[in-house]
Design a protein around this ligand. Structure first.
Ligand code: FMN
Length: 343
């Protein structure tokens, strides 16, 4: 059994967190992750205050376990944040603040109602800013991730962030879809992982079946960092690119962003219609490079159990088998020396 500080802090069995994904998390997915011993998080960008309230009630009907609510700080709406605060989830999760926003104010209000504060950052200075403002957990998001990202890859970013914000617990997000990723993240100093793409390819995820199948069929090499989806939805994301599949929609506007800006309203409508119809060629498909590690649609429970089982095997069997006793290692080294002397 893998047990880390994050398990105690959040009251969960397994150190696996569902990323609060604006268009891809609803009550059934959030509750399924929490019920399976992980930590479910609801993204809020697809809701208004009234529908958010209903969605939170629906999570509570499905689970008594802890869960979180995620807000994109650059577009946070006061009435929606008030709904979150009144619901008192275990975690108020935040990401993507503008440089001029005061994190301390939001974090304090969340702490005042008893929430833990989680902040996702793609760069060390941003993580330090959140740590200084009182965050309880930092998420190190690498550029491999689906959705909005910056430039640093998880492998160097995670240990840098762990060191920078110590002793705060850090979760690793981006590029993780199985136990190999979990074991690697733990080895680099993370207290757990936060997954997005892997949970999108589950029956519980609220996205069109064609999009789930597109993740299964992706070899992971077919995503790009682009501003095209944001231009089509007329949204200015502070300092981020979007990782999305390089499909017909992206190819049509690539290098012609100026023309997309001129036609954004129409294109935005077409993309929304394509999304509703499950048209994988003309909708914007956000997923991470780890789609290349996902070859089937599995239930949330299976995802969590398989990830934990695989990571345990790596930690218990593979890694110890790489270690040699010091005597054995000496014998090998001296054997090599003798051989080279003789040659
Ligand atoms: C479709 C989609 C929507 C997302 N929306 C949000 C969001 O609203 N808030 C947020 O903090 N992160 C969001 N993310 C990022 C995830 O929280 C997480 O960092 C990422 O999915 C992890 O990488 P992975 O997809 O490789 O697992 C989104 C990701 C995707 C794929």
């Amino acid at each position: 059994m893998i047990h880390t500080r994050i398990c105690d802090l959040l009251g969960i069995v397994h150190p696996i967190v569902l990323g609060g994904m604006g268009t891809a998390t609803t009550a059934p997915l959030v509750a399924a992750v929490s019920n399976a011993g992980g930590f479910g998080t609801l993204g809020t960008s697809a809701f208004n205050a009234a529908t958010l309230d209903t969605e939170i009630a629906s999570i509570r009907e499905r689970t008594e376990k802890p869960f979180g609510i995620n807000h994109l700080l650059f577009q946070i709406q006061e009435d929606m944040f008030t709904v979150t605060l009144s619901a008192k989830p275990t975690v108020a999760a935040f990401a993507w603040a503008r440089k001029d926003q005061d994190l301390r104010e939001y974090f304090q209000r969340a702490h005042d109602v008893g929430c833990r504060v989680m902040y996702m950052a793609g760069e060390v200075p941003e993580a330090l800013r959140a740590a200084d403002a009182g965050a309880d957990v930092i998420v190190a998001q690498g550029t491999e991730a689906g959705g909005h990202v910056v430039w640093m890859a998880s492998l160097p970013l995670l240990p840098m962030m762990v060191q920078a914000v110590a002793p705060l617990p850090v979760l690793c997000a981006g590029g993780i879809a199985d136990g190999r990723g979990l074991a690697a993240a733990l080895a680099l100093g993370a207290e757990g992982v936060l997954l997005g793409t892997r949970f999108m390819a589950t029956p519980e995820a609220p996205i069109h079946p064609n999009f789930k199948q597109a993740i299964v069929e992706s070899d992971g090499h077919d995503t790009v960092l682009t501003e095209i989806p944001d231009l089509a939805s007329q949204r200015v994301w502070p300092g981020a690119m979007s990782r999305a599949q390089r499909n017909r929609f992206i190819e049509r506007w690539s290098g012609r962003e100026w023309a997309l800006r001129q036609n954004a309203q129409d294109v935005g409508r077409q993309v929304a219609a394509a999304r509703a119809a499950g048209d994988i060629h003309n909708a914007s498909l956000s997923f991470g490079q780890d789609a290349g590690l996902i070859d089937s649609i599995k239930s949330v429970r299976e995802v969590i159990q398989d990830t934990i089982g695989e990571a345990e095997t790596i930690i218990k069997d593979r890694l110890p088998s790489l270690l040699r006793q010091s005597g054995e290692a000496k014998k090998l080294t001296s054997g090599k020396k003798t051989a080279s002397k003789g040659s």
